[in-house]
Ligand binder design. Sequence first.
Ligand SMILES: NC(=O)c1ccc[n+]([C@@H]2O[C@H](COP(=O)([O-])OP(=O)(O)OC[C@H]3O[C@@H](n4cnc5c(N)ncnc54)[C@H](OP(=O)(O)O)[C@@H]3O)[C@@H](O)[C@H]2O)c1
Length: 281
Amino acid sequence: MSSITVVTGSNQGLGFEAVRKLARQANGHTIMTSRNATRGQEALGKVQNEFPEASVEVMELDLDSDASQEAFVKAIEEKHGKVSCLVNNAGVGYAPTSDVPVKDQTSQTFSTNVFQTIKFTDRMLPLLNKDANPRIVVLASTLSQTAFASLSSEAQKRITTEDLTTTDVLAFAKDYVKAVAEDKAKQEGFAENAEATSYMMSKLCDVQFARTYAREHPNIIVNSCCPGWCVTAMGQKAGNPPRSSEEGAEVMAFLATADLDGTSGEFWYDNKVLPAFTVSA
Ligand SMILES: NC(=O)c1ccc[n+]([C@@H]2O[C@H](COP(=O)([O-])OP(=O)(O)OC[C@H]3O[C@@H](n4cnc5c(N)ncnc54)[C@H](OP(=O)(O)O)[C@@H]3O)[C@@H](O)[C@H]2O)c1
């Protein structure tokens, strides 16, 4: 049976570009996902026009909805019976000028980028375990390094401890969202300027989630990556990105398809492993 890759949030941006790369490589079957059926069909049409031979389909998935996640997993189970590679790409980030209150930004950002992404990965686990060589790619960001540097050394130790588990990452994330909601971010060892850090903090949790998940599931190659600052709807909220989304998607296709010689749990940039976070003195 050929490989089956799911790329979440692939109706636009980096997810869409990653699907184009997989279609160009004729890499098995690709399942695009979109939370909006019309946008999903439009994106699928573009891929099919460009790569008429590619094996690709689109399915609806709203990460924020447990019912949508469950329906998605059930449909794949019935239709394909397994998943070879899950690219956790879907995510949100607010513009620095957004007038959404920072507490709401933080809870929405963490809901989609961390809590629902991890829940979705757990739901996909039985399907991944049915593949002989499963993989997970998690879209993170080098902004996670900025978030890490903004933490107290206690908080740094907490999120990098040697025996860190996914449950610990979730607890850390929940404590951060709670601290922001209660105006206690600084007091609890997080950055004072919470509005500048919620997206970065979500990506720090994503990097550490990939590390813990890799340890907890040694049969799965799990890695996180930063695509660089790219021209996408999200990227352009912060200014004029220097990279095209096509360049940014390179590392996603690499981690989904290249021979990684068993490398798992690492954080990648430009197809190279970045050093792990180190606690400041
Ligand atoms: N662009 C950059 O410079 C950059 C840098 C580092 C990391 N990243 C990461 O790369 C990933 C992709 O970002 P992008 O720049 O391509 O952003 P984008 O163009 O805004 O695309 C984000 C995708 O995620 C989908 N999405 C958002 N919330 C969702 C939800 N609740 N359920 C399902 N799908 C959802 C969006 O759907 P809709 O079209 O319906 O909104 C869209 O398809 C993100 O994880 C982001 O954090 C981006």
